[in-house]
Design a protein around this ligand. Structure first.
Ligand code: COS
Length: 384
């Protein structure tokens, strides 16, 4: 399918694909096994000027948007959905600054992220605040010319590896969703530490840790937007980054289809390659249909967002649900096509099945996405 990418977008996609094939695919299973953070790949991305594709040129980026970010995430995830998260998790941590940062904050924090010198992370989730984002208990108390943060963020992608953290904390519990504020916290700040590295089912090359704030002082100049805007910062960020999760799912699914297709042409049973049997052909065809539909949906949603659209919560949630459900099904089917080999760790599809699962869960479970979609539908009706 011709998606009419611009020359620049085509170049970005091809470069990301080359890095995925040459640098990530050969090491993906090892990183999955060891669970080590892919610093070497981050360096390759930095050397290839990929880290800032979605950051303004003024701050050292390429000047693209959500679409360029998704193209990179898709291609990297085709080779490894875990390694791609060093890049995608940084995007998630960066968007609060891109959207709500002052000029001074952007000038200070974005250039080292665009160059790949620094990584970012986003701290919203807590032990008792997952789907219910407004349930966060981390507090930020005004103290002179700064704030004192106390609390613990859980399951933070790039936790401990990132240098720049955008964190949402409660500044006034009495104000409900308007009582949260978002802050930029730097690694190394006094009172800011990390929990143990989580041992995960999938995306094992990605580092997931707690962020622990123990009387951590954050200067007032690190407040993002105004006090009380934290919930909106988080929601508007997630509206822009959920298509990135969809792109991660898309890449994982495409990688699974590629492997299953290749295997089905090589595997001979009952005297013929199993690709000659209709039972296998139909599974491959269904995977391809879902993947292409997801790609159309994601690309169009990203273009819609980058066109300057104001409200795209519904579309963003829809493409995340569609692509992640498609990836889960495609990866399970890829394992099925490869049978016993598919179930073995030395073949590269069981990892994709494990990696796919998280895309139905993080940045808002698919059940929460359906709530968002339904509410938007109902709101739309009542406006008519
Ligand atoms: N853009 C702008 N504003 C938004 C918004 C969005 N996408 N979503 C909600 N808001 C606003 C609402 O308009 C409301 O504003 P007012 O107080 O002015 O009316 C405010 O935020 C509170 O919204 P709401 O009442 O809908 O909040 P809820 O507590 O009911 O939660 C959901 C809404 C479930 C959508 C939210 O908690 C959520 O997204 N949960 C999933 C969190 C998530 O993705 N976690 C993963 C973390 S990152 S890995």
């Amino acid at each position: 399918m011709n998606y009419f990418l611009t020359d620049e977008q085509q170049m970005i996609k091809e470069l990301a694909a080359k890095i995925a094939d040459e640098k990530i695919a050969p090491v993906a299973l090892q990183y999955d096994e060891d669970g080590t953070f892919p610093r070497e790949i981050v360096k390759v991305l930095a050397d290839s000027d990929m880290c800032g594709v979605y950051i303004d040129e003024k701050y050292g980026g390429f000047g693209g948007g959500v679409f360029e970010m998704a193209l990179v995430v898709e291609e990297l995830s085709r080779a490894c959905g875990g390694i791609s998260l060093a890049f995608a998790g940084t995007g998630l941590g960066c968007f609060p600054i891109i959207l709500f940062g002052s000029d001074a904050q952007k000038e200070r924090f974005l250039p080292p992220i665009a160059s790949g010198e620094k990584l970012a992370a986003f701290g919203l989730t807590e032990a008792n605040a997952g789907s219910d984002a407004a349930g966060i208990e981390t507090t930020a108390r005004k103290d002179g010319d700064g704030y004192i943060l106390n609390g613990t963020k859980q399951w933070i992608t790039n936790g401990g590896e990132a240098d720049v953290y955008t964190v949402v904390a409660c500044t006034d519990r009495s104000r409900g969703a308007r009582g949260f504020s978002a802050f930029i916290v730097e690694k190394g700040a006094a009172g800011f530490g990390f929990g143990k590295k989580e041992n995960k089912m999938g995306i094992r090359a990605s580092c997931t840790r707690e962020l622990v704030f123990d009387d951590c002082r954050v200067p007032a100049e690190n407040l993002l937007g105004r006090e009380g805007m934290g919930f909106i910062v988080a929601m508007k960020t997630l509206d822009r980054t959920r298509p990135g999760v969809a792109a991660q799912a898309l890449g994982i699914a495409q990688g699974a289809l590629d492997e299953a297709l290749k295997y089905s042409r090589e595997r001979v049973q009952f005297g013929s390659a199993i690709s000659s049997y209709q039972a296998v052909q139909h599974m491959l065809a269904d995977m391809a249909i879902q993947i292409e539909a997801a790609r159309c949906f994601i690309y169009q949603t990203c273009r819609f967002i980058d066109s300057g659209a104001k409200d795209f919560s519904k579309e963003s949630a829809m493409c995340k649900v569609f692509a992640s459900d498609a990836a889960m099904k495609a990866t399970v089917d890829a394992v099925q096509i490869m049978g016993g080999y598919g179930y073995m760790k030395e073949y590269p599809v069981e990892k994709r099945m494990r990696d796919a699962k998280i895309t139905q869960i993080y940045e808002g479970t698919n059940q929460i996405q359906r709530n968002v979609i339904a509410l938007e539908l109902i709101k739309g009706l009542s406006k008519k």
